[in-house]
Write a protein that binds this ligand. Structure first.
Ligand code: C2E
Ligand code: CA
Ligand code: CA
Length: 695
């Protein structure tokens, strides 16, 4: 615009050097006003942008400021090159001029340059590019930079001024002016991230030159002074524009980074409970393991599995189950989240990792976890109760890497669950073998029925005189292709755990009925029923199917259940037992006297027979207390109209003791071991022959 304007005016004035035509004067005035106006508008705009800058700069977040301050140090190389070249030139100019003030100023420039270079290099070495941006607080770094930058540009401006005032050598003046202006131009772009620093540097370096040029009263120099002032204004505008671009880019990249961070945090959180998920747990656990100093500090991992959670879910619905998980996760997080790691590993499994100094601490943490989990959870006015089983492994004793530790904590948990609910178990090296065997057996159980690996043995139950077989108890046997014969005491709990017991137990009922149908009509058959079977909805169908297929009258079948069944869900057990009775099938309360025996069960539940546990019979010949208990139980059962069977009789003394009571039947190795169905048949035939012979 400035270039076009004089050209236009000149061509017009050329034709009439003395009398300026009216239209030309008008045009000139127009241009003059329009130039004046646009300049004023430009200046007003610049001033208002400077004001806005002041306000907006104060309002930017610390983190953004930090990034902007970092941009000051982003290229130490440019700072070093700038400082070295301008120091070298000012030194040369001052030496050639032999002016004292200029020499002093050049020395000051060199000193400040050295300090700034040292500062930039120090930061470059300490902060490896953004890796730890928070180490040096932004504001302090900014102040340090600002002081250095302002001193330097003010000294450079002063040096230029001194050169213009104290020397008359055009070359020296040219060197000083170009160096300073070059520096000022560079700074406007380089430091635009902190615009106030850039603007003040620009003014401090350039304006003294303009002053020096004006006071020389040389027309050309005054023109140059005007150019420098215009240059400063233009550079200010460029600085502000660059700043707004940098600020926008910084804000956008921070927003993107914050969003990415937010997504990463969500991906590491368990959706339902908000505690760490499996991925996050793994990462944090591994980090903690790496941080173990190998000294006094240990890391305990508590692997938690909720007891009875499935029942809550099944009985009260998923919402209740979810509320329970959320509440328990919250409690664990509150207790251990700040110092340790709390995570949900899936379903109803949680993990708590804490630093400990001795094994006892892991024990106390375990107790605290059980206590927190056992506290009832209020959901819609209903109190939900669950328990916790815990497996504990301790690093580094139980494993140095995450995989081993997690595997060992899992083994310990498996063991804890095996021993009952609400238990905790520390990992022990021997566990590997035991648990491995349980897992192998669990795998082998699948398909064992199809492979024909099961058979049923029958243990006769006699009348008290030991003369007549009243019934036989069906006892399942498993001979596995790999592990050989396995005791039901070992494999039945495994089959209960994986649910296979329902199919296997159904098969036992059918086999037992089939065998018994070959025996005389007055011999009963007793079949053991697992709690899982008792609760399965199709049990009556299974029983009816077995009876129909074998032709065995329902009255000849007896089903034995242990009293632990009754504790879990009284109403469901009662309903199932009544359903069995309605089929005319009788029920026996097995192992009476173990667990939480309560005489009230006898009145509450529809049992026709009571089987006194082997532990009382074993004690019969030594403990008068056992005699009294057995005596009392038999009397009570008789009063309630129930038959009694004493099981596990191994000695004649035990049998003799029992013969002094009104016990109805006896079972034990002394009388007969479990035998095959055909042996029972021949035994029955023999006893009949004997009986017939006697009669
Ligand atoms: P249980 O119902 O108490 O069965 C009696 C167990 O005591 C049997 O062990 C039997 O062999 C054993 N026994 C009988 N007389 C004596 C004796 O005088 N001395 C000693 N020491 N033991 C004696 P078994 O066959 O090993 O069965 C163990 C448990 O496995 C059974 O205890 C029962 O709870 C379970 N079980 C066996 N078969 C089945 C089945 O078909 N279904 C279910 N659900 N459980 C079964
Ligand atoms: Ca039994
Ligand atoms: Ca028993």
């Amino acid at each position: 615009m400035v270039g076009i304007l004089p050209g236009q005016v000149k061509t017009t004035t050329h034709t009439a050097p003395f009398a300026i035509p009216h239209f030309v004067r008008t045009t000139e005035r127009f241009w003059f006003f329009s130039l004046h106006e646009s300049k004023a508008r430009f200046m007003n705009g610049l001033i208002s942008r400077l004001r806005q800058l002041r306000q907006s700069d104060q309002a930017i977040a610390d983190a953004v400021r930090e990034t902007l301050v970092e941009s000051l140090y982003a290229s130490p190389r440019s700072l070093i090159i700038g400082a070295l070249t301008s120091s070298a030139i000012t030194a040369t100019v001052s030496i050639v001029s032999r002016d004292r003030a200029m020499v002093i100023c050049a020395i000051a420039i060199a000193i400040v340059a050295c300090i700034r270079i040292a500062d930039a290099v120090r930061l470059e070495l300490r902060v490896p590019k953004r890796a730890t941006p928070n180490k040096a607080p932004g504001r302090r770094r900014e102040i340090v930079y600002r002081v250095g930058a302002l001193c330097y540009s003010a000294l450079l401006g002063t040096f230029g001024l001194l050169t213009l005032l104290n020397t008359s050598d055009g070359v020296l003046q040219l060197l000083a002016v170009t160096t300073t202006i070059g520096y000022a131009a560079g700074i406007a772009g380089r430091n635009a991230g902190r615009p106030w620093i850039a603007l003040v540097q620009l003014c401090c370096a350039s304006l003294p030159l303009a002053v020096g040029l004006i006071v020389s009263l040389d027309v050309l120099k005054i023109v140059l002074a005007v150019v420098i002032v215009l240059f400063v204004v233009a550079m200010m505008d460029i600085t502000l524009q660059t700043y707004s671009v940098i600020l926008k880019a910084t804000l956008a990249s921070r927003e993107k980074a914050a969003l990415a961070e937010h997504h990463a945090a969500i991906a590491r959180r368990d959706d339902l409970t908000g505690v760490a998920n499996r991925t996050a747990f793994r990462e944090r656990f591994e980090a903690r393991l790496r941080a173990l100093d190998g000294g006094s500090q240990w890391l305990a991992i508590h692997w938690i599995d909720l007891d009875r959670f499935k029942e809550i879910n099944d009985s009260f619905g998923h919402l209740a189950g979810n509320a329970l998980l959320v509440c328990i996760a919250g409690r664990l997080n509150e207790a251990f989240g700040s110092a340790g790691i709390v995570a949900r590993l899936g379903g109803d499994e949680f993990a708590v990792v804490c630093e400990i100094e001795h094994r006892d601490a892991a024990n106390s943490i375990g107790h605290r976890i059980i206590e927190l989990v056992e506290r009832p959870v209020d959901h819609d006015g209903r109190l939900l109760h669950v328990g916790a089983s815990l497996g504990i492994a301790i690093a580094p004793a139980d494993g140095a890497d995450a995989d081993t530790l997690l595997k060992n904590a899992d083994l310990a948990l498996y063991r804890a669950k095996d021993t009952g609910r609400g238990r905790m178990c520390f990992y022990e090296p021997l566990m590997d073998e035991k648990v491995q065997r349980s897992r192998d057996l669990a795998l082998e159980l699948t398909g064992a029925l199809e492979r024909g690996e099961f058979h049923v043995m029958f243990q006769p139950i006699f009348d008290l005189a030991g003369e007549r077989i009243l019934s036989c108890e069906a006892l399942l046997r498993w001979t596995n292709r790999r592990h050989g014969p396995i005791s039901p005491a070992e494999f039945i709990p495994i089959a209960e755990d994986n649910g296979l017991i329902v199919a296997i137990g159904g098969w036992v009922i059918r086999e037992a009925c089939k065998a018994a149908s070959e025996w005389p009509g007055d011999v009963q058959i007793a079949v053991n029923l697992s709690p899982i079977q008792l609760r399965s909805a199709n049990l009556p169908m299974v029983i009816m199917g077995a009876l129909a297929a074998s032709g065995l009258p329902a009255e000849r079948l007896e089903l034995e259940v242990t009293e632990s069944v009754l504790l879990d869900d009284i109403d469901a057990s009662l309903a199932a037992l009544n359903a069995i009775n309605r089929l005319n099938v009788r029920t026996t309360l097995d192992d009476f006297g173990t667990g939480y025996s309560s005489l009230s069960y006898l009145t509450k539940f529809p049992f026709q027979t009571l089987k006194i546990d082997r532990s009382f019979i074993t004690d019969l010949d030594q403990s008068p207390a056992s005699v009294a208990i057995v005596q009392t139980v038999i009397e009570l059962a008789a009063k309630l109209g129930m038959r009694t069977v004493a099981e596990g009789i191994e000695t004649q003394a035990q049998l003799d003791q029992l013969r002094r009571t009104r016990c109805d039947a006896v079972q034990g190795f002394l009388l007969a071991r479990p035998i095959s169905a055909s042996m029972v048949t021949s035994m029955l035939a023999g006893s009949r022959l004997e009986a017939n012979g006697r009669s």
